[in-house]
Structure formats: C-alpha cells, structure tokens
Design a protein around this ligand. Structure first.
Ligand SMILES: [Zn+2]
Length: 475
C-alpha cells in the first residue's frame, strides 16, 4: 500500500543576542560548564525575569523575512513540565499570543516551487543541557545554555517528503543567516528540529496519527529519521496495526527511532500567562523601524545577480546560498566591478579551496580588495590565468598580497613591447630555415616559432601579444 507522508516541522533557532533572554549572562556558545549562568538562568525558583528587547527584535526580523504577520500584542506563558534541565519546573514560552503568526516560505525542488505555510513563530527560553553518563550511572547538567533566547518556527503540515523537509530547513537557515539573528550552526545546537509525521492514504479525508521525533540536529539525521519513520509507520498500517501517538528519539548510530514517551497535548502543560513578564506592545513605528533594518534577503540578491549582473541562475544560486560567500562577492565587486569574471573566480577557484578545507569563508587569510586585485591582474593580462591560480594558492599559504606574490615569483607580465619586438626579431633570424618554410606555405612551423618566442618572453607579455607580433612579422 502506498501512503502520503504528512510532515510538520518545529525548528528551534538560538538567537544571536549578546545576553540571555531574561538575565544579563552571556549568551555566547560554549564556555566551561556552569560559568555563564546566574540563579535566574539556572532556573532557581523565585528569581525574576527581565525581557531582553533585542531578542524580541530578532524574532520580529525572522518573522518579517518569513512573510509572517507580526502581533502587536504578545504575551509570555508558563509551560509547566518536570524535567531536570529546568528546575523551576516551567519553561517561559508563548502559546496564546505568539510574536509572529501565519507566514510562508517557498522551497524549490528540481525547479518546482512549493510554498510551505508557517503557523507561527514564538519566543522562548532554552533549557540547560543534560549529559547522561551511562558508565557511572549519573546525569550532569550545564546551565550555560539555560536562558539563551530561542525562536520556535512551526510549520503547517505542508511537507510531504524528506527531500522537502531538507529543502525547507536549508531555506530557513539561509533566511536566519541573512537576517543575522542566528548562527545556524547545527553542530553547536543553534538550529534544532522536531519532526511531526503521520501517513495517510490518498482516499483518506483525515490525517493519520502523528508521531513526534525530537531534537534532530543535522540535515542528515532529519532526512534519515523521516525516511525510517515513513517505513515504520507504513509497515504498521500494512499489518492492520495502529500508530501510537508518541514522542520518539532518533538514534544516529542505529538509524532508527525509539519510543521516548507518550506525546503530550497542549493541555498537559497547563499553560498560563507568566505573571512576572509584562505583555509586549508594539506600535506601527516600532515595526517599521525594525523592517528598515532588514538587510537584502536572498531572493532579492538572487534577482540582482541575475538581472543586473547577468549571472546564470545556477551561478547566482551557488553564490547566494552561502551568505558569507555572497557578502565576499559583493565586497570584491566594490573593488573591481566585473561581476561575471569575479563570479567565475569565486565559484571555480575560491569555493574549490573552501571545499578542499584549505580555507574557511568565516576566516579568509586575504581581503576582498586583494582578491579583487588578483582577478583584475588576470583579466588585464598582467598575469596569466594559470599563474592567477598559483597566486591564490600562495595567498592562502603565505598570507602575502597578490601583487607581492606576482612580483616575487616572476608572474608579472610587463608588456614591454620594444623587448617583445627585439626578441621575436632575434628568434626569426636564428630560425631562418623555418621562416623560409612558413613563407613557402608550410604553416605548421608557426607552432614551433611560437614556442621558441614564448620560451624567451616568459613574464614579458601574454601569448596573445606574441602571436599577433609574430604573425605581423611573418607577413
Ligand atoms: Zn543568567
């Protein structure tokens, strides 16, 4: 029997604020355990929260980038649950009046566009991080993560495959990076994903029973967990069994999911408005000011690259798909305005070095200005195209400027025409026999003469100049 997978995602994104959401502790990733926390964010009962306004602003920026309606009135609620990562026994979140509602994000699969609707984006606090030591039979907790501001992006059940889920998470990650509100480093837990999934037959009028898979922290595990779960549920349904509504954990080593607990409904959390936090009221002016701060978003950049710079859609997409690459490309164009040539060099040479792991876009050993100088030298025949690649490698290895490397290694072509003339005349007189053959119609000796001249003119001019001068002299 074939089934239609019905998938909704909840993406947790940590906001890049300096301090935490309800206290002034640092929200930076890492640090020695329990050194970036206070009684508030280590969740001691009786502490009083003070809302970080930047966190609210960042949530709104994310909402605007994802085509949401922003609620001018939003409220924080207590979500009650008992688990050691949050000793005060409730998480501060938003249920009834979240900061953003509706919204949509288009995804593109093999040229086909599909719109994934968002239900909401709400703000909440992150919990502490538990580490279970099975060997010693203890669990340890680190509160450095406690109180880091999160947004939870909740979709409608519009996703029908693991491929669509992956494309959606990639798109969310791109928008968050462009708006600058989240690092999206999944390996650091800055972006985590819960998947809700059920199966239905094409003749069904209602969704099947859904299962939630918690805390997936890589694109690969999102894809694998969904594919495993589709197979597991299909097997149950084929056998006439029922799918149980529950929360499951994905095991990366085994590639399977295991039951964690029966799935809670909202009423299990006994939400109520947090009496310690004032409601958030926003004016039209507030929202306009935040909207004005939004940078150019990826779809606009893509249009600009295609329409103004005449890049192919494929090339434009490659550059836009990583904000750091796109920013560097734009910086380089400010120094040397040749969009096509720079895009070629970025895609073919720079990204190759990045993909080989020789350099990271976060930490390039050269400036956009120096990179621009290199491409301009290659375009204006000051260095050969081949030498330009060598210069890039040396820039990475030595940290020296492109011009210095070109000079030191004799890559610089001086285009000294009197010298070109002198040397070619000399080569021709030394090879009088070949010249005679050429004049008698044996044009294939041209290659030989060209080779002789090129050898003697290395670094003096380009092969093109040699060819033209030689042709003129042989006439
Ligand atoms: Zn704190």
């Amino acid at each position: 029997m074939s089934y239609i997978p019905v998938i909704g995602l909840e993406i947790h994104a940590e906001l890049l604020t300096n301090s935490k959401i309800f206290c002034s502790c640092s929200a930076e990733f890492g640090g020695e355990q329990n050194t970036r926390c206070c009684p508030g964010c280590s969740s001691m009962p009786g502490t009083l929260p003070v809302l970080n306004q930047t966190a609210v602003k960042y949530a709104i920026k994310a909402g605007l980038a994802m085509n949401c309606d922003i609620n001018k009135f939003s409220v924080f609620d207590r979500k009650n649950y008992f688990y050691p990562d949050l000793p005060k026994a409730y998480q501060i979140s938003q249920l009834y009046f979240p900061i953003c509602v509706n919204g949509n994000i288009p995804i593109n699969i093999d040229g086909k566009e599909k719109n994934i609707r968002l239900n909401r984006i709400h703000i909440e606090e992150d919990a502490g991080k538990l580490m279970h030591d099975d060997f010693n039979g203890v669990s340890l907790i680190d509160f450095n993560r406690g109180g880091i501001p999160l947004i939870e992006i909740v979709t409608e059940p519009d996703i029908n495959s693991s491929e669509e889920a992956k494309a959606f998470v990639e798109q969310v990650s791109l928008l968050l990076q462009y708006t600058g509100v989240c690092s999206c480093k999944m390996e650091q837990g800055a972006l985590r994903c819960d998947v809700n999934i059920s199966l239905m037959k094409s003749t069904d009028t209602e969704f099947g029973t859904r299962v939630e898979i918690k805390n997936l922290n890589s694109l690969k595990s999102i894809v694998r967990a969904i594919e495993y779960e589709i197979k597991r549920q299909a097997r149950l349904l084929d056998n006439g069994d029922r799918v149980v509504q529950e929360t499951r954990r994905f095991n990366d080593n085994h590639g399977d999911t295991k039951s964690m607990r029966s799935k809670e409904d909202a009423h299990d959390y006994r939400y109520f408005p947090d009496p310690d936090i004032p409601q958030v009221n926003l004016s039209d002016e507030d929202l306009e000011a935040i909207r004005a701060e939004l940078p150019e978003l990826p779809n606009k950049r893509l249009e600009r690259y295609i329409n103004e710079y005449d890049l192919s859609k494929t090339d434009a997409q490659i550059i836009v798909n990583q904000k750091t690459v796109s920013d560097f490309y734009d910086e380089t164009l400010k120094e040397y305005n040749n969009p096509k040539s720079v895009s070629n060099f970025v895609i073919v040479e720079l990204l190759r070095r990045v993909n080989l792991g020789e350099i990271s876009m976060d930490n390039l050993p050269f400036s956009a200005k120096d990179f621009a100088t290199l491409i301009e030298m290659a375009d204006t025949d000051k260095v050969s195209k081949n030498d330009a690649k060598k210069i890039l490698r040396l820039m990475i290895e030595t940290g020296k400027s492109s011009l210095d490397i070109a000079k030191e290694n004799g890559f610089l072509i001086v285009s000294d025409m009197s010298k070109v003339d002198e040397i070619i005349t000399m080569v021709l007189s030394e090879n009088a026999e070949a010249v005679e053959q050429y004049k008698n119609g044996e044009t294939k000796v041209f290659g030989f003469l060209m080779g002789q001249c090129t050898k003697k003119l290395k670094g003096v001019c380009t092969p093109k100049v040699i060819k033209e001068t030689l042709e003129a002299k042989l006439k």
